[in-house]
Write a protein that binds this ligand. Structure first.
Ligand code: ATP
Ligand code: MG
Length: 573
């Protein structure tokens, strides 16, 4: 076929396709416009996942009657005055692409009234072309209706999921903007049911309660790290205590200058901050807005504005990670318990299945020399344990200790796991893993999927102290292993390690998961008798730990029975 230039209609369809992928894209664009218009109230209504109707009503500044038609022209925007503005965007919109793209994807009707006028201006478009204009009664603000979305694009319709799942995506867009703008009252009505309503009170905690429920809001910790100097990055929002967690990352809301963005690095910074406090494979709940100078962020790198590029990403990463880590460390309490719990009427949650289990391995309580590796990060004192004195062991599972504020019951396995896990990570970070050379190199047979995973993440294994080299097409040869694995059946162990991993995890996730597995494997087991010296050593090591209160899987390492609670139970007060 000869080269030809696309007709404007065709070109517009292609451009629109990039901006509007699904109903949730329309909702996101319309909400952004309402926010840019200064709305204090935004009501979203959808039917059938947004395919038959999307309606977004706001009480914002409205559009001048004479500009309504213009707003639907491609590249028509009131938000950018000149080229310079593009490098310091302070509004959510800046391209003048959204409205023409929406009009190319569905039937549109808008009525908008600015504060000074008595009536609103109306416009109707079909297939991107104006078919009706007029005026009508309206409250100040803008009501935007989209019907029959994608009905002229059967190919796009085919790619959409079931209406229920599109509704979920729309809800996610509304939720994320509601969380970023607690001063705005959001409602979402889906198929005539009100599924979300935020108070618009300005309180993030109240908004979180409306969105995620009161239990989550109660576990909210404020994160407040304003820019130390003008122009430097800052972060604010909330982090939910690690005792609540979710199976997906969808509950980690990341914003840059109050724009909801997808940013792997920042999401990862938040997960890093929770590292070792959550059960393996679970994700935190957090809402965090990063503030950077407008010229430090390029918002014009993605067709739906979902991604942004930060000029000083590493620095921002550090700011977010440290700010979240700090508040979590300050909060993480030793679970305080009542006497009824000691009596066993309410047992803590069952531990997740352990990845490695080998009763044949002797427990090794590390000696002082081995613990000389310094922790990688300095830890605020608040999280440290008070000085504890061991009193004895019960059931060959728990160590009782006395502290300044009562009694502590330590789970010997969980506590030791925590110690070994941190040691393992610190050693990995310092590039000095605790390695055991094998007397004779062993060959390793891995299944094809395991081999593929291993090849992809060979680095993580190496950092932990494995020396494994390919040997022929299908075999590997092992020369060194992390010390806790010495003497094990390596093919089986490494197979198990690989089973515990997830393909899409990043290299850091791998290091953490491997460290957690090794720690679990090397830790003293429940059922082992510990001498008084070993008990003392375990407590001492735990006191030095960075996050002494939970094991790497997120279980508590200890319970605390306060002096007050004891006195109460004995009716001394
Ligand atoms: N709800 C609204 N209230 C007031 N004005 C609006 C509203 N929606 C759109 N507008 C006006 O219409 C213009 C075009 O909107 P559109 O969303 O297409 O572009 P934009 O927001 O400027 O940029 P972007 O394409 O990045 O969203 C806006 O610049 C704004 O002036
Ligand atoms: Mg816009």
């Amino acid at each position: 076929m000869p080269i030809r230039i696309l007709a404007p209609q065709e070109a517009a369809k292609i451009a629109a396709g990039e901006v509007i992928e699904r109903p949730a894209s329309v909702v996101k664009e319309l909400i952004e416009n309402s926010l840019d218009a200064g709305a204090r109230e935004i009501a979203v209504e959808i039917r059938e996942g947004g395919l038959s109707l999307i309606r977004v009503a706001d009480d914002g500044c409205g559009i001048q009657p004479g500009e309504l038609r213009l707003a639907f022209e491609r590249h028509a925007t009131s938000k950018v005055a000149g080229e310079d503005d593009l490098w310091r965007v302070v509004t959510l919109g800046f391209r003048g692409e959204a409205l023409p793209s929406i009009a190319a994807a569905g039937d549109v009707e808008v009525i908008s009234r600015i504060a000074g006028n008595d009536v609103g201006a109306r416009i109707k478009l079909r297939d991107g072309l104006v078919i009706e204009e007029g005026s009508g009664a309206a409250s100040p603000g803008t009501v935007f209706g989209v019907r029959r979305l994608f009905s002229a694009q059967p190919a796009r319709l085919k790619f959409l999921r079931a209406p229920g799942s599109e509704t979920t995506q729309v809800a996610s867009a509304v939720v994320h903007y509601a969380l970023a703008y607690p001063e705005v009252r959001f409602t979402l009505v889906a198929d005539a049911r009100t599924t979300l309503q935020t108070p618009g009170s300005g309180s993030l905690t109240e908004t979180v309660a409306a969105v995620y429920g009161a239990d989550v809001a109660e576990a909210a910790i404020l994160v407040e790290a304003p820019p130390p100097n003008e122009g430097e990055p800052g972060v604010r929002g909330i982090a939910i205590e690690p005792r609540l967690h979710r199976a997906s990352r969808n509950y980690i809301g990341v914003y840059v200058n109050r724009r909801w963005v997808k940013n792997r690095a920042l999401t990862f910074a938040i997960e890093e901050a929770y590292q070792g406090m959550l059960p393996v494979g679970r994700h935190p709940i957090a809402v965090l807005d990063v503030t950077v100078a407008p010229d430090e962020v390029d918002v014009n790198v993605h067709p739906t504005k979902a991604e942004v590029r930060l000029r000083r990403e590493r620095e921002v990463f550090g700011v977010v990670q440290r700010a979240v880590r700090r508040v979590l460390s300050e909060r993480a309490p030793v679970p305080t318990t009542s006497a009824s719990l000691w009596a066993g009427s309410r047992m803590p949650e069952a531990p997740p299945p352990l990845i490695l289990h080998s009763p044949a391995v002797q427990p090794r309580l590390p000696d002082a020399a081995a613990s000389a590796i310094p922790p990688a990060d300095a830890t605020p004192m608040a999280e440290r344990l008070p000085l504890l004195r061991p009193v004895g062991q019960v059931g060959n599972m728990y160590v009782i200790a006395e502290g300044p504020e009562g009694m502590y019951l330590l789970d010997q396995h969980a506590a030791h796991e925590r110690v070994l896990y941190e040691r393992c990570l610190a050693a990995v970070r310092a590039g000095r893993p605790d390695v055991q050379a094998l007397l004779e190199p062993q060959t390793l047979e891995l299944s094809a999927p395991h081999r593929a995973m291993f090849d992809e993440h060979a680095d993580a294994f190496e950092r932990l102290g494995f020396d494994i080299a390919a040997f022929g097409d299908t075999a590997h040869i092992v020369r060194t292993v992390p010390a806790p694995l010495a003497g094990d059946d390596l093919s089986q162990r490494i197979g198990e390690l690989l089973d515990g991993m997830r393909r899409d995890d990043g290299p850091e996730d791998w290091a953490h998961r491997l460290a957690a597995s090794l720690a679990c494997h090397g830790a003293v087991r429940a059922g082992m008798t510990m001498s008084e010296r070993e008990q003392r050593e375990l407590i001492r090591l735990l006191e030095e730990a960075e996050s002494p209160r939970t094991c790497p899987h997120g279980r508590p390492t200890m319970l605390h029975l306060t002096s007050d609670a004891i006195a109460r139970e004995f009716r001394r007060r």
